[in-house]
Design a protein around this ligand. Structure first.
Ligand SMILES: *Cc1c(COP(=O)(O)O)cnc(C)c1O
Length: 461
């Protein structure tokens, strides 16, 4: 499933549609007015102002009939709900981590973990920090260091596992910073670097380095099933294995994980932190009770835990994953045919346009990624997101933190859009590419200190 073997064939949906939601494309005049009132920040648009929403794949999945049915068996008991027992059983079975602490989403799980473990003067290495992960590290006074392999920063490299960590650099860092690294994190897949997977063998080498230095290894496991799909497809000896088998190998190398189930949990809200460390689990639960709620619901309705338990398993289905990745590749091939530059090979959850090549005439001071995302919306009512100098800079700086990539992400929600929707969105990007020489930059008129992409405002230059 996923796609027939004929070249140019369409992604085959391993589902049919039972419920529909009306959407409409605003007119060009409406789109212009919407941009102006949004301060040219696409996060300020309303859903009525957007036709195809590729802002994020987070919490935007379509739930299955079984997940909707799961909501109906919600046991809204404050303490000891049977939905928690089911959720716990599923997460333990998938990951092998014995202690599982539910949280309302990924960053809540990150808050629990980093507020418990990170302190001023500490260093947290990651293949590449996601924006909220980085924010939690910094907020607790620690330093966030990205140690992805060199190829991760080369948009044209065809390396099959661009999410890998440079183990030599990790080893050196752990050697020179004894006692200062509370944990090492690996993000599966590497969202910031293009949804790129980490190989099982790289994770094994990272894990060995961590063990040698006595530092725990945690996974940011938001897209672990997509990562396992790539391992199955690309890594030697993995082809015949199931996603859950590969997952068990991945998790066996780690001491714990944070999860946003809004990704590979196929729910609209939910997450957790899991660990092998019983003493840490107790400290996390103390923080949980202050920030999120009692340990058997963690900031969620119990029915949400039930939908999450079902979704976490559905996300490991090979037909589902093959179709999802085929959708992403369908958009990529359509863009490629028109010469549109994007990060290759395409990752698991979206297409990352390479802004440096797309708008090569705009300097970083013009926030070219933001300018491109604005044009794609203006062209077709398609919402994307800048992942570059706006997202990773701080305050008024146009510079890119330590990420040398300037990207615009077209994230594909799970099980939501048809092939025609995706073709329409790709064609809008192609039309913008054809008129790229006339695109101007933007300036930032309101610059918040942290996570500024959510609330910054812009004006055309
Ligand atoms: C989405 C995401 C998070 C944060 O999860 P939320 O549910 O949005 O809070 C953390 N890490 C990665 C890699 C993500 O993609």
């Amino acid at each position: 499933m996923g796609r027939s073997s004929d070249p140019g064939s369409l992604p085959l949906e391993p589902f049919r549609i039972k419920v529909v939601e009306a959407i409409a494309c605003p007119t060009r005049e409406e789109r212009e007015a919407a941009l102006a009132s949004a301060g040219f920040n696409l996060f300020n648009l309303t859903s009525e102002q957007v036709y195809i929403d590729l802002l994020t794949d987070s919490g935007t999945s379509a739930m299955s009939d079984r997940q909707w049915a799961a909501l109906m068996v919600g046991d809204e008991t404050y303490a000891g709900s049977r939905n928690f027992a089911h959720f716990l059983e599923v997460v333990r079975d998938l990951t092998g981590f014995p202690h599982v602490i539910p949280a309302h989403q990924g960053r809540a799980a990150e808050n629990l973990l980093f507020s418990t473990l990170a302190r001023p003067g500490m260093i947290v290495p990651n293949n590449m920090h996601f924006d909220t992960t980085r924010a939690h590290v910094l907020r607790n006074g620690a330093e966030a260091v990205n140690l992805a392999i060199r190829e991760a920063y080369d948009p044209e490299s065809a390396h099959p596992f661009k999410g890998n960590m440079d183990v030599g650099k990790l080893d050196a860092l752990l050697g020179s910073s004894a006692g200062k690294v509370p944990l090492v994190m690996m993000t599966l897949t590497n969202n910031t670097g293009g949804g790129q997977p980490v190989s099982l063998s790289n994770l094994r080498a990272v894990s060995e380095s961590c063990r040698r230095h006595g530092v725990p290894l945690y996974l940011d496991m938001c897209r672990w099933a997509e990562n396992a799909f790539f391992v199955r497809e690309r890594e030697e000896g993995q082809a015949g294995r199931s996603i859950r088998e590969i997952g068990r190998d991945l998790f066996a190398l780690a001491d714990g994980a944070t999860m946003s189930a809004k990704k590979d949990g196929l729910v609209n809200i939910g997450g957790f932190v899991a660990t092998r460390d019983a003493a840490l689990a107790e400290r996390l639960k103390e923080a949980l009770i202050v920030f999120e709620g009692f340990p058997t619901y963690g900031g969620l309705a119990r029915r949400d835990l039930e939908a999450m338990a079902v979704g976490l398993l559905e996300a490991t289905d090979l037909d589902y994953l093959a179709h999802r990745i085929a959708q992403v590749r369908f958009v990529a091939e359509r863009l490629d045919a028109a010469g549109v530059p994007f990060l290759k090979p395409v990752g698991g959850h979206g297409i990352y346009l390479d802004v440096r090549r797309f708008l090569s005439h705009l300097p970083v001071e013009d926030f070219p990624g933001q300018a491109l995302a604005i044009e794609i919306y203006r062209e077709g009512g398609v919402r994307s997101v800048e992942v570059g100098s706006v997202m990773f800079g701080d305050g008024a700086s146009p510079h890119n933190g330590d990420s040398p990539l300037e990207l615009v992400r077209l994230a594909i929600p799970r099980r939501v859009y048809t092939v025609s929707h995706l073709a329409y969105a790709a064609d809008a990007v192609v039309r913008v590419y054809e008129r790229r020489a006339s695109i101007r930059g933007v300036r930032m008129t309101h610059a918040p200190e942290h996570l500024r992409h959510f609330t910054a405002r812009f004006a055309p230059k």
